[in-house]
Design a binder for this molecule. Structure first.
Ligand SMILES: NC(=O)c1ccc[n+]([C@@H]2O[C@H](COP(=O)([O-])OP(=O)(O)OC[C@H]3O[C@@H](n4cnc5c(N)ncnc54)[C@H](O)[C@@H]3O)[C@@H](O)[C@H]2O)c1
Length: 415
């Protein structure tokens, strides 16, 4: 079996950490047990391009239990947990092509390795696997049953493909499930982005002026958690509706040009590029910390930072100091890549339980509805979303009411 991982000797640590996180993933465990009985994937090859973390490993084990042959690469060159990759290869015989810190060429070669294996289904996070298949593996497009997409940025890219009539197979937009974006993006990113920043810098959040760029699902989570830790939070937005929402939540809303000189710590979560640009960097205070939690490393203009800096050095793991010509110092975390995955361990397993139950059930949905789903973007049926939430509630020992038939009739009646 061919693989490309950093060090097989790390497998025991990976296995211990996977087991620990599996305990926090009861919904995915229930899906896995059913998959074991029903074998929905009957030897289908599933190409997986996700952050190689303990949580992803548990998803991969679930689809394997359902009869699939997974083959795995990373969705980000800096988020791979090498011990997890080692355990997947060594203990479970799953081919993995991912090394933490791999360069751009290796990252791309690994995507091709997965596609060279002729997968039937693609599980993607950021749409790199799907777009690479359409660009460089066009012979595969007819045989691919479909794909799934984990994140907002991937869905934005796929929408671009649909607009240009390019998407050749159905893709399930996992992010659109309520049990995904309401929980993973908000509570997951809210906690783990701050966790990554704290692990990287050991900074005190209380008393800081923290600027959150983008008040979408992730931004709402980051802003509310930062406020809870005692930061004075400023929000920047381009859409007046979330800007208004942020203002009504009590956050100060400012254009980036004004926020730039006020913040001690900036977190971009927009999915857009050039959110912090040269003119903003030039206005920042000495000691400002810059972090990104959006999918790609394009939100902070890294080229401008390099041009402005007269000196550059690594001062801690995941912290780089850029000294500007007037001796102000700016600190960039995790090379401007997803700070929660580079400097932390990503989202807690309890929240990925929901996201990856959605991923696993989306893959099953593609198989069960093969032939009925047109090429394009789809969402999981609402009932699956509701079932995932009910299972999660049960696992937490919480029950909620069900409507009486009288209430259902009342809500359906126009009279
Ligand atoms: N770090 C993680 O683990 C994690 C988890 C989920 C999603 N994501 C990624 O985070 C990003 C945001 O996801 P989301 O679900 O919150 O998206 P979203 O669409 O809900 O929110 C993005 C917000 O950013 C705003 N925005 C766009 N351009 C802006 C600009 N120039 N300045 C200020 N605001 C701007 C938009 O108006 C929108 O309100 C995406 O790249 C997504 O893929 C990361």
């Amino acid at each position: 079996m061919e693989s490309d991982i950093r060090d097989p000797g790390l497998s025991e640590t990976g296995a211990e950490r996977m087991e620990w996180d599996a305990r926090q993933m009861p919904v995915l465990s229930a899906v896995r047990e059913r998959f074991e009985r029903e074998q929905p994937f009957g030897n289908l090859r599933i190409g997986v391009c996700l952050h190689i973390s303990t949580k992803t490993a548990n998803l991969v084990m679930a689809i394997k239990a359902g009869g699939a042959e997974p083959i795995v690469c990373a969705s980000n060159p800096l988020s791979t947990q090498d011990d997890v990759a080692a355990s997947l290869v060594t203990h479970h015989g799953i081919p993995v092509f991912a090394r933490r810190g791999e360069d751009a060429d290796t990252f791309s070669r690994h995507l091709h390795k997965v596609l060279d294996a002729q997968p039937d289904i693609l599980l993607d996070d950021g749409a790199d696997l799907v777009t690479t298949a359409h660009r460089d593996h066009r012979g595969l497009l007819d045989r691919i049953t479909g794909g799934t997409e984990e994140t907002t940025t991937g869905i934005n890219r796929l929408r671009g493909m649909v607009r240009e009539n390019e998407l050749a197979f159905p893709v399930i937009a996992v992010n659109e499930s309520r049990t995904k974006h309401l929980f993973d993006n908000r509570f997951g990113t809210g906690q783990s982005a701050l966790d990554g920043i704290i692990r990287a810098t050991n900074t005190l959040i209380a008393g800081k002026t923290l600027v959150v760029c983008g008040y979408g699902w992730c931004g709402r989570g980051v802003a509310s958690r930062a406020k809870g830790l005692g930061a004075a939070v400023i929000v920047t937005e381009v859409d007046p509706v979330p800007a208004l929402e942020a203002a009504m939540e009590g956050f100060r809303v400012l254009p980036m040009a004004e926020a730039a000189g006020l913040g001690d710590l900036f977190i971009t979560v927009t999915g857009n590029r050039g959110v912090i640009r040269r003119e903003h960097l030039e206005a920042m205070k000495d000691g400002t910390i810059l972090a990104n939690a959006g999918h790609f490393d394009v939100e902070i203009d890294l080229e401008a930072l390099v041009v402005l800096a007269s000196k550059r050095r690594r001062v801690r793991t995941n912290v780089e100091e850029f000294t500007l010509s007037d001796r102000r110092r700016l600190y960039l975390l995790g090379e401007g890549r997803l700070v929660n995955l580079v400097a932390g361990e990503g989202h807690p397993a309890a929240v990925m339980d929901l996201s990856f139950a959605n991923q696993a059930l989306a893959a099953e949905h593609l198989v069960r509805h093969h032939g009925d789903l047109e090429p394009g973007l789809h969402t999981l049926p609402g009932q699956i979303d509701t079932d995932i939430a009910r299972l999660k509630l049960e696992s937490m020992g919480i029950s909620c009411d069900r409507m009486t038939s009288d209430q259902e009739g009342y809500l359906e009646s126009w009279a």
